[in-house]
Design a protein around this ligand. Sequence first.
Ligand code: UDP
Length: 149
Amino acid sequence: MERTFIAIKPDGVQRKLIGEIIRRFEAKGFTLVGLKMMSVPRELAEKHYEVHQEKAFFPGLVKFITSGPLVAMVWEGDGVVSSARKIIGATNPLTAEPGTIRGDFGVSVGRNLIHGSDAIETAAKEISLWFTPEELVSWDSAMAPWLYE
Ligand code: UDP
């Protein structure tokens, strides 16, 4: 079953949106298989965003991600990688569609509340960067027959 890495960034934690964000993924029908709240070490933040290391916003981004607690999660379900990106919305909350997390709760790109892996391969890399195999819990949701034909 497909898995994706989702992180509620420090602004989402500070704004007390953890429950609201988890609710949206649960209500959609995805299954939570990994969850931890943590302070992010600088090296982890830099590694996670290494594709952006030459960008002007990189130092500010690393500072932001390491500025307070973050909630790291792994969600599971058919098509969860691309579906999660739709639930999250466009990178800039001001242009993200209403109904998406960023569209409903954000106003600026540097405080866009949540991260979601952008492809299946990226998801696998990010999950192994943020979680050990022992931290992930495989379980069968009793709702599965009511979600999948
Ligand atoms: N970001 C930023 N300023 C920018 C562009 C991006 O602070 O001008 C941050 C923002 O937090 C974004 C992250 O860098 O979520 C990664 O950017 P990416 O383009 O990969 O967007 P995402 O996949 O998160 O939508």
